[in-house]
Ligand binder design. Structure first.
Ligand code: SF4
Ligand code: SF4
Ligand code: FES
Length: 215
């Protein structure tokens, strides 16, 4: 596949044709906040709204995960408008997040922590209205525990489940604020991938999924 060169901030970088701008920047060690993108996704859900960048010639910032690279791109990843949008997206995520890092399996490797640090926002911003989902824990799955108030609804677990097993055993249910991950109410272990498949836990950027059988 041929490679394309283009400009990001004050650097010229190159990437294979067809790659997303986000993937290309990450490969070139240019950090753009992101939670819902994973390498290999052909259609990223663009749900976290964190990966905004400015493109010369475009009036509004765009999400880098949905933009394929082109040779005429001139990209800025660090403008005030970009940072404003990213901080707004992060605050929205934090408004529905139960921050309790000390008791969380993702502590110190959590991508939400990293994003907050990168954007200079504390995990418990002042004056932020907070909403919680019920129940706090979904333990209906034979092998997994899910904590909706830690989930950033990025969809990575669904994507990896489908690519590993040919179909996803996890889905999103409901809409808007009520959106939640569901196991289809399935408690029938016979039908499910073996308990030693931890792919969904491994790709979760936060601590929203745990194995019932230990690490
Ligand atoms: S998911 Fe991350 S930010 Fe949330 S409690 Fe766990 S470590 Fe803290
Ligand atoms: S459980 Fe984890 S991987 Fe799945 S949608 Fe929630 S945050 Fe994303
Ligand atoms: S990574 Fe682009 S919107 Fe989430």
């Amino acid at each position: 596949m041929s490679r394309i060169s283009f400009q990001v901030n004050d650097r010229k970088i190159s990437a294979p044709e067809g790659m997303s701008l986000l993937g290309a920047c990450l490969n070139a060690d240019i950090h753009i906040p992101h939670l819902c993108y994973m390498e290999g996704m052909t259609e990223p859900p663009a749900s976290c709204r964190l990966c905004f960048v400015e493109i010369e010639g475009r009036r509004e910032p765009v999400t880098a995960c949905t933009l394929p690279v082109r040779s005429d791109l001139k990209v800025r990843t660090d403008t005030p408008a970009v940072r404003r949008l990213q901080r707004t997206a992060l605050r929205l995520l934090l408004s529905v997040h139960h921050v309790d890092c000390k008791h969380c399996i993702a502590n110190y490797k959590c991508e939400l922590q990293r994003t907050a640090r990168f954007l200079g926002i504390g995990l418990k911003p002042k004056h932020l209205d907070h909403y919680s989902k019920e129940p706090e824990v979904d333990d209906t799955h034979p092998h997994l525990i899910h904590r909706p108030n830690r989930c950033v609804l990025c969809g990575r677990c669904i994507h990896i489940c489908e690519s590993r097993h040919g179909r996803a055993y996890i889905a999103m249910a409901r809409r808007g604020f009520d959106t939640v991950l569901t196991f289809y109410g399935s408690t029938d272990a016979i039908d499910l991938p073996a308990p030693d498949c931890t792919a969904c836990i491994d790709v979760c950027p936060v601590g929203a999924l745990e194995s019932k059988h230990g690490e």
